[in-house]
Design a protein around this ligand. Sequence first.
Ligand code: ADP
Length: 408
Amino acid sequence: MALTRTALLAALNDVNHPALGKGLADAEAVLKAAYCDGIAAVHLAGAGLSPADRGTLAAQAKAAVTAVAQRAGETITQLNIEWMEAAPGSKTAESAAAAPRTVSLAGGAPAAGNSGPATQANPRPAGAAQAAALALPNIKHIIAVGAGKGGVGKSTVAVNLAVGLALRGHAVGILDGDIYGPSLPTMMGLGGLQANLLGNMLQPFFVHNVKAMTIGKLVDPEKPLIWRGPMAHGAFKQLVDQTEWGELDYLIIDLPPGTGDVALTMSQLLKLTGAVVVCTPQQVAQDDAIRALRMFQQLQIEVLGVVENMSYFVADDIPASQGGPREYDIFGRGGAQQMAQRTGVPFLGSVPITINLRKNSDDGNPSANFQGKTKLSESLDRLVQNLEGQVALASFKLGQSKPTLTIS
Ligand code: ADP
């Protein structure tokens, strides 16, 4: 017996909204409730609720969803309950990004009925404007990693997402689209390796269980890459077309920073499952990141989520006996998370500033970031798992997978 939409909403309705005195669904506080292959995502309208109320409600909603799934014989492997800054039943600026919509099933009928306003981060149907984009049939999910500006850790996040996904058993590739400033040769440790051609196809480097390709290994690293937009685009297209990727579950693309011509055209070249936006917590960084979010949304590319990088600093040289590792909120932890909530896009998680992450990136050893049980390894694991969840939901919206059940 599958978990039905009616059952999930009924379960959420058993949780009482303290301000409105009704169940969450009747109070129109359920902005989104989706379930697909063990992954459940619930977005709730949180305006006017105290953090304590939110905590209690989230715990109750979690228990209710878990219980109803068990009764339906489903095992929930991931359950994300997120608060949006919208009032129940309202269509505020945030939820205007989120007009009610019906998600259509892969090859099936549109999901009937609605639980109230459904939150949708992208104002237009995902994927529609990507009709002309190139599909790579052997690659299940292509994910672009972008940022509003350089230096926020976009490449670092792209590399660690790729390595993390591979550690979780997926077949993964990473393509350096940062054509003007390729970071992959250093970050993936490609130093002594030579690019190989077989016929006219480039063989990707296989490092850290990830297939990697970068322009940085095909040109003189000391020479500046002064390319006009169309040339950069052409080089990128060639890297995509002429690399022997084989079968992949995920191809991560490290886009150039910003929302300029090159990032824009590259985002349109391939049929993407979605995009991840990397941001640091400060207000100025958020402003840039919002521009990147809007760029993807205008291109009708699903925003899979925001990553807050350099969220806080972990001084891991201070031993536990002296109260360590100590954490310092240098840039104002949580800023990017709030921005994600304000703009109605998922938040994938935060990555601390750590000396090890910088060092492992410089040493080309990203696998080391996942070793042991540290703040860094835990935050990266969480990020990767949340991305898997968002990809499952996005692909089902795009009709790429056949879910056991879908709910608007
Ligand atoms: P971008 O791709 O946005 O330009 P990079 O990923 O190249 O940024 O990161 C810039 C520099 O900052 C790199 O040296 C990288 O190792 C370092 N860095 C990025 N994120 C972190 C972090 N969370 N902790 C420590 N160093 C970081």
